[in-house]
Design a protein around this ligand. Structure first.
Ligand code: ACO
Length: 329
């Protein structure tokens, strides 16, 4: 079966903070150890923003790098989609700050909130809007400053998360390269296993019920782990079927970088050999919606992804949400 893709990725870029927080730094902050963090998660370092730096700042840098890579001017962009759970302010969207910063004067701009699956949700949306002719040049960004909603006194969560942004530029495809298939799903019944309870309209900071912990990520790690393994495995299998591929047709698996053990389990489920699995969780930790575009950019620029290669992207996050995509680069 040969799929004629509607939209293709023509450029990518990243925006990262300068500060690096190592496992050894965390050893001084909570009762943990480099050995525990590395063996349980695969994480060694993560990037953390400095005071005053926002998600849109990282997103703007990623966007400008992606446009440069794609040889596209900001004024050609007609849609900016920013996947994030850590927008700069309650409203407006981080996407409009990027729109202003890069001077994309002809672009619509909005955020989507699908936690760690946000980039895949955005990819599906960009592909659909390009397929119907509603958009021509889409800037899709995944970016987070999770350090702002992380409790650095809670060892169960603070060792896991990092900040960063990645962006891609999509345009209509005129060849065999592009988005071959996408799949997205959610299950809100399980939202309590991974959430930030406060800061929204249910528990605003000025309400009687508000307590300080509500401004931080809360997670039942073990349960999240089990669901992540099942859902990412299912999503990876399903996208192969949907795109008419076998694991032999896939050049690179790019899983959401949350935990090395979840990545290994997903790869095993679709029988991808280790050399075809992209891993950078060691450097960045879990950057939620930024994790897949950070990986795409690194894979493209390091030569792990060559033009014409097929990659399977797969993610899982709070909500729960999960999803996958098959893309010919
Ligand atoms: N350092 C040392 N010990 C720790 C730490 C730490 N940082 N964190 C927890 N522990 C302890 C626990 O307190 C527990 O101690 P106890 O046995 O005395 O109670 C022990 O280590 C084992 O805890 P578990 O929760 O069973 O450890 P597990 O092997 O499950 O690893 C982890 C924990 C890494 C959080 C794992 O469950 C995980 O990765 N879960 C998924 C998390 C995730 O990926 N979330 C994001 C996905 S969705 C998204 O990306 C937003």
């Amino acid at each position: 079966m040969s799929i004629k893709p509607a939209a293709k990725i023509i450029g990518s870029g990243v925006g990262l903070p300068q500060k690096i927080l190592t496992n050894f730094d965390l050893e001084k902050m909570v009762d943990t150890s480099d050995e525990w963090i590395r063996t349980r998660t695969g994480i060694e370092t993560r990037y953390i923003v400095q005071d005053g730096q926002c998600t849109s700042d990282l997103g703007t840098e990623a966007a400008m790098n992606a446009l440069k890579d794609a040889h596209i001017k900001a004024k050609e962009v007609d849609l900016i989609i920013f996947a994030t759970i850590t927008g700069d302010v309650g409203f407006p969207a981080a996407a409009v700050f990027v729109q202003k910063n890069i001077g994309a004067h002809h672009a619509a701009a909005f955020d989507i909130q699908a936690t760690c699956t946000g980039f895949i949700y955005g990819l599906e949306m960009a592909d659909a809007l390009i397929a119907t002719g509603r958009a021509k040049t889409v800037l899709l960004i995944g970016g987070e400053t999770l350090s702002r909603i992380t409790d650095y006194r809670d060892r169960n969560t603070c060792v896991l998360f990092g900040d960063g942004a990645g962006a891609v530029v999509l345009q209509p495809s005129d060849d065999e390269r592009g988005v071959l298939a996408t799949f997205t799903r959610s299950d809100g019944r399980l939202h309590k296993l991974l959430m930030m309870e406060g800061m929204g309209t249910k528990n605003p900071p000025h309400s009687e019920n508000y307590h300080e912990k509500m401004q931080y990520i809360q997670m039942e790690g073990r349960d999240v782990f089990k669901h992540a393994v099942t859902c990412m495995g299912d999503a990876a299998e399903l996208i192969l079927e949907k795109a008419g591929l076998t694991c032999k047709d896939v050049d690179l698996l790019i899983p959401h970088q949350a935990n090395i053990r979840i990545i290994d389990a997903t790869a095993k489920r679709i029988k991808m050999p280790p050399e075809k699995v992209f891993i950078n969780v060691n450097k960045y930790g879990n950057t939620s919606a930024a994790s897949i575009p950070l990986a795409i950019d690194e894979a493209r620029k390091s030569g792990r992804l060559q033009p014409g290669d097929v990659a399977v992207l797969v993610a899982f996050g709070g909500g729960f949400t999960w999803g996958s995509a098959a893309v010919r680069f």
